[in-house]
Design a protein around this ligand. Structure first.
Ligand SMILES: Cc1ncc(COP(=O)(O)O)c(C=O)c1O
Length: 408
């Protein structure tokens, strides 16, 4: 496409999607297996039958958007209250980034402390306060131009998974720390071997009057128990959700616990949450129906978990047998291929080993594309629920072939 007017990421090549169905996306007339599932939000697959049915209901019932309180948002909040255990109130907005921005606003409204602690390897979207990564010495490297200066001053990194170093940093700054913001299972290295670390942070926050803020954009509704914190019996003060809860449509949810709710009331805080489409009827209607469906029918989550375990085990067996310098990580239905066999405990190590293979990784992705498999840009693999065993086998065979070509 010539003279493209768009500056958004990705709009500088000729790969523009035009439609989709089930596990497939279409680029021009060509069909691709979609391993991204809209960054994990299309939990039922594209153009899903249930979603279409719900959309027809929306048309039949004359439900529109109003920029006003509506019964559908209230009903969805009621559903969430039955599913998510830790929260007494919800705030609806339109994306994960929107939810993080407003969640951090809640945190800052509660006290005068300003320091945000972030763990290396976490991702929280297009948010000024968090658009940084940690260098090896844990100092900040910005991910965007145009960030306001104060954001850098108010952010410190702790090394995800490393309790001893994290405790030292936390002890040094604890009087200034407003919140610890954490993606508990990281898309950058999906594994549950750091649960002890998350529990350490939960306890540290409790003991030191620090807000414990979990980013469950990916894990929300996708994992067993409907959330990471339900599953591992962890209590956050404030959390954000979206993606799967929205059934593939834009959604951000902020959940706050009773303690925060009471504080907001007691101090009579006026925190701004508005937005034209925040809690809009049509998305709320869809989100409520899909959330109820997934909560009732556990087979859907079981199915994507099993598919992902099969995917991970098949590729790991192959790479072990053939001595390839690759391994796959997964936590339930979040998976990632890491292009190194070395023992890797965090994203900094992952990036270090992968940085020597960037050209090979590019060749690997191009090979898959030629074979009609779309590999996600962010590297997080979300296998579609609608992917048939035949297509899953084809995906595994094609990936293992590509790995043996480029990573022997
Ligand atoms: C863990 C996590 N937090 C926040 C976000 C940001 O969400 P959004 O892209 O909807 O703004 C994402 C998006 O991928 C995410 O994975």
């Amino acid at each position: 496409m010539q003279d493209n007017l768009l500056l958004n990421e990705g709009y500088n090549n000729d790969i523009y999607i035009n439609s989709s169905f089930g596990p497939h996306i279409y680029i021009g007339k060509k069909r691709y297996i979609d391993l991204s599932s809209c960054a994990g939000s299309q939990i039922l697959g594209h153009s899903n039958y249930d979603i279409k049915k719900i959309q027809k209901e929306i048309i039949r019932k004359n439900i529109s958007n109003y920029a006003l309180p509506n019964i559908y948002a209230a009903e969805f909040a009621k559903t969430l209250n039955k599913i998510l255990k830790n929260f007494s109130k919800y705030i609806f907005c339109n994306s994960g980034s929107d939810a993080i921005i407003k969640g951090l606003r809640v945190c800052r409204s509660l006290n005068a402390k300003r320091l945000i602690i972030n763990a290396t390897g976490s991702w929280h979207g297009s948010v000024n306060e968090t658009l940084y990564v940690a260098k090896e010495d844990l100092t900040l490297k910005k991910l965007s131009d145009g960030l306001p200066e104060f954001t850098k001053k108010n952010l410190k990194f702790i090394p995800y998974g490393d309790t001893i170093t994290s405790k030292k940093i936390l002890d040094k700054y604890k009087k200034k720390i407003n919140c610890i913001l954490l993606e508990p299972i990281q898309g950058s290295l999906p594994t549950d071997k750091n649960i002890h670390y998350v529990k350490f942070l939960e306890n540290y926050c409790k003991k030191n009057n620090i807000l414990f803020f979990l980013d469950e954009m990916i894990t929300g509704l996708r994992v067993d128990g409907s959330s990471f914190q339900n599953y591992f019996k962890i209590k956050s003060d404030i959390s954000v959700f979206g993606k799967s809860f929205g059934g593939g449509f834009p959604l951000g949810i902020i959940g706050i616990n009773k303690k925060i709710e009471n504080k907001i009331k007691k101090k009579n805080l006026k925190i701004f949450f508005g937005g034209t489409f925040s809690g809009n009827s049509t998305n709320m209607y869809i989100a409520n129906k899909i959330t109820k469906k997934l909560n009732k029918n556990k087979k859907i989550i079981k199915n994507i978990n099993e598919k992902t375990n099969f995917f991970t085990n098949s590729i790991n067996n192959f790479t072990n047998k053939n001595n390839l310098d690759v391994q796959v990580f997964n936590f339930m239905s979040m998976a990632r291929i890491v292009f190194s066999k070395k023992k890797i405990d965090n994203r900094i190590q992952r990036d270090f080993f992968e940085s020597k293979k960037l050209k090979k990784i590019e060749k690997f992705k191009n090979y898959l594309f030629k074979k009609n498999i779309y590999y996600p840009k962010n590297g997080i693999i979300f296998l579609p629920f609608t992917l048939k065993q035949k297509d899953l086998n084809y995906t595994i065979q094609t990936i293992t072939k590509a790995l043996s070509l480029f990573f022997k």
